[in-house]
Design a protein around this ligand. Structure first.
Ligand code: SF4
Length: 356
């Protein structure tokens, strides 16, 4: 029989489970808010296994807020390369400067001050405030939404405001206010290791007796997620131009996740075009100005999936004869081939560069 809504017992069982089976993660050995912040930003859209190396590299190069604040953005982006969602790195840089300017270089110690930093939302503020400063704020991320929706049999969509509100109240009611950081880490680990999105480990779950979804055979139906994502298709054509021992790059200035990263000259089209069709576009004429090519090779063609868009990318390697004049459009600059790996680039560009 399910013992419903016994929040204090659920909390105690979760903490016991965490003592026995919680993950041993490097950022759990510290209460330094700076390190906890770095780890939380990395883990926002990255798996733990991939994030660890980046955490160590970032902490080693930027051991404190000041070193991060005074760093060149290019260096931060280069260290971040491969993690994707580069907005996180740019926001972290801005937040480090905010801490230097608004908080005398000392990491803010209250939930509301932490929340005022660029790139920090409710979840991250609750995580840092609870783990580093023992503030009683329950974290609510995807793991927590799922665990609570199942435990309490919440049939509301986790993307509706009613659903989020109901889960937030329950999350807060489960919080161990004497050990908020420990409780938050326990529930996040439980969602990541036991109450997983697919094939949760119900048969070895210590909360099985308290779980409404399990008792009512609704585990596979919860959480309710009826958000429809409209996917936009985008078509990128990158040109790795080789000319006189050099290649060409430009710094992306669009306000998107790749802002301030470097990339080859790019033509984006609204539909999929092959090279012959591409040659007929105005953008192609502007880029090459009618020069003749020694050779054109199409290299990898990759599909990159983001939350709301699918990026279909083709890379072309184009060799322009050394003895003819070629001047690329404004904003595109030349670098020696061997310096290509010095520049921070997107994961897409990185994949291509690894193949050459
Ligand atoms: Fe999650 Fe299954 Fe445990 Fe319920 S019994 S909390 S669904 S793992």
């Amino acid at each position: 029989m399910t013992k419903r809504y016994n929040t204090s017992i659920i909390t105690a069982v979760l903490l016991n489970w965490y003592n026995e089976e919680g993950r041993d993660l490097p950022w759990r050995e510290t209460t330094d808010p700076y390190r906890i912040w770095i780890s939380e930003i990395i883990l926002q859209q990255t798996r733990v296994a991939q994030g660890k190396d980046y955490y160590f590299r970032l902490i080693e190069r930027f051991p404190n807020v000041e070193s991060l604040a005074i760093a060149e953005e290019n260096e931060i982006l280069k260290l971040w390369q491969g993690l994707g969602y580069y907005t996180r790195a740019r926001n972290m840089h801005t937040a480090a400067k905010q801490i230097m300017n608004n908080f005398n270089g000392i990491f803010p110690a209250t939930h509301s001050d932490i929340l005022s930093l660029k790139g920090i939302g409710e979840y991250t503020a609750a995580a840092i405030a609870s783990i580093a400063f023992n503030e009683p704020y329950a974290v609510v991320d995807g793991n927590v939404l799922r665990v609570i929706a199942r435990l309490f049999g919440i049939a509301l969509s986790i993307h509706s405001s009613e659903g989020k509100k109901a889960i937030k109240i329950l999350a807060q009611s489960l919080l161990d206010i004497k050990n908020p950081g420990r409780y938050n880490q326990a529930v996040m680990d439980f969602g990541a290791l036991i109450c997983t999105p697919a094939q949760p480990q119900c048969m070895r779950c210590v909360l099985q007796d308290y779980c409404i979804a399990f008792a009512e055979n609704r585990v596979n139906k919860l959480p309710v997620n009826n958000r429809k994502i409209t996917l936009k298709n985008r078509y990128f054509h990158y040109f790795h131009i080789q000319y006189n021992g050099s290649t060409f790059l430009h710094k992306r200035d669009e306000s998107d996740i790749w802002k301030n990263l470097f990339e080859f000259p790019l033509i984006e089209t609204a539909e999929s075009l092959d090279f012959t069709e591409l040659e007929k576009t105005e953008a192609f004429r502007r880029l090459f100005g009618g020069v003749s090519f020694l050779s054109v090779d199409q290299y990898i063609s990759v599909k990159h999936q983001l939350t709301h868009q699918s990026i279909h990318t083709r890379f072309y390697r184009i060799i322009i004869p050394d003895d003819i004049p070629y001047n690329p459009p404004v904003g595109i600059f030349t670098i020696k081939d061997e310096l290509l790996t010095d520049y921070p680039v997107s994961r897409l560009m990185h994949k291509y560069i690894e193949t050459i």
